[in-house]
Design a protein around this ligand. Structure first.
Ligand SMILES: *[C@@H]1O[C@H](CO)[C@@H](O)[C@H](O)[C@H]1NC(C)=O
Ligand SMILES: *[C@@H]1O[C@H](CO)[C@@H](O)[C@H](O)[C@H]1NC(C)=O
Ligand SMILES: *[C@@H]1O[C@H](CO)[C@@H](O)[C@H](O)[C@H]1NC(C)=O
Length: 299
């Protein structure tokens, strides 16, 4: 009798432990991911034994996904555009940039200890893939001949998101926008990734006063369009030193491309309703712009 209750207690504890694990633990095997067959395929073929013993399941999947990001970017950049028409060339050129950014997003995900940041960056990689795909849909080009490895790559990123999500969930307070990007606005209205020094700079108006370039539609600045100013900034700037572009009031109908090589460029407008940037090409919104540049307003 005594032995039996001990056994029951043991089973109860074991079950509690097991259930606890089921609830709290992140996935530890491919069968728990949304695309198990892709997970198994790439873990089997791409990972050596040494890595399997050294890395956690999450890190293994991230590493495999990163390797495929590099391969996807290579595939897209070495594609022979010769036989394509102009629209296809444009779409592929966009994809090239988008996959370059995805390599960067995956790379920073791998080296980050913050699962919430990682979730944002992985989401950016998914957004890049979709944007590449949309480029073809926009032009009514059939998509069926897109290399299958790109499809596999997007499944790997989705698996990574699912695995990382468990780690990201407990903080819970931050909301994720419908497009998957984390929205983290602080009480003063700035996104969290704007440093407190930068927030001060933007709030006091010093940024506008110390601008390296001024964009004004009436011709009173150095340039009339933000795109021209960005081009000039890329040439003028030495290294990756902070570069401030003051965008004076007006409505700028531009699709602004801020590449990751243009990091540390800060835009300062004349207030949220005075400087408005619109763009018709959805390719340029979201991840690539906002993860690499600061768009602030002067109060
Ligand atoms: C894509 O993944 C499948 C497994 O789901 C695999 O059989 C196939 O070889 C992969 N294709 C490429 C091009 O990697
Ligand atoms: C990944 O980031 C590291 C720096 O953190 C850099 O040295 C490395 O070249 C990057 N790899 C790729 C493929 O971009
Ligand atoms: C794509 O096709 C739709 C109708 O099928 C048409 O309305 C649209 O103008 C086309 N777009 C382009 C860029 O050809």
């Amino acid at each position: 009798m005594h032995k039996l209750s001990q056994l029951q207690l043991f089973i109860a504890q074991f079950l509690t432990l097991l259930l606890g694990l089921v609830h709290a633990a992140p996935p530890t095997s491919c069968s728990q991911t949304p695309f198990p067959e892709v997970c198994i395929h790439f873990l089997d073929t791409a990972v050596n034994l040494e890595e399997i013993t050294k890395l956690s399941f999450r890190d293994l999947v991230l590493k495999v996904t990163m390797d495929q990001a590099v391969r996807a970017h290579h595939l897209v950049s070495t594609m022979d555009f010769g036989s394509f028409d102009e629209r296809a060339k444009l779409a592929w050129t966009d994809c090239q940039e988008l996959y370059e950014d995805s390599v960067h997003q995956l790379n920073r995900s791998m080296s980050s200890n913050d699962p919430v940041d990682t979730q944002t960056w992985l989401s950016a990689a998914i957004a890049n893939h979709q944007t590449c795909q949309n480029g073809f849909i926009d032009f009514n080009m059939s998509f069926y001949n897109l290399p299958s490895m790109l499809g596999n790559f997007s499944k790997l990123v989705r698996n990574s998101l699912a695995i990382n999500k468990a780690a990201a969930a407990p903080t819970g307070l931050r909301s994720i926008k419908s497009d998957g990007r984390a929205r983290r606005l602080l009480s003063d209205g700035f996104p969290e990734w704007v440093s407190s020094a930068d927030r001060k700079l933007l709030q006091t108006g010093e940024a506008a006063a110390g601008a390296d370039l001024v964009v004004a539609q009436d011709g009173s600045g150095n340039f009339k369009t933000i795109t021209d100013a960005l081009d000039a900034a890329t040439k003028m700037r030495s290294g990756s030193k902070r570069f401030i572009i003051h965008v004076k009031k007006g409505v700028y109908n531009e699709n602004i491309k801020v590449k990751k090589t243009m990091r540390n460029i800060m835009f300062v407008g004349d207030g949220i309703s005075a400087t408005v940037v619109t763009g018709s090409k959805n390719q340029q919104d979201g991840s690539t712009t906002f993860s690499s540049a600061t768009f602030g307003k002067v109060h």
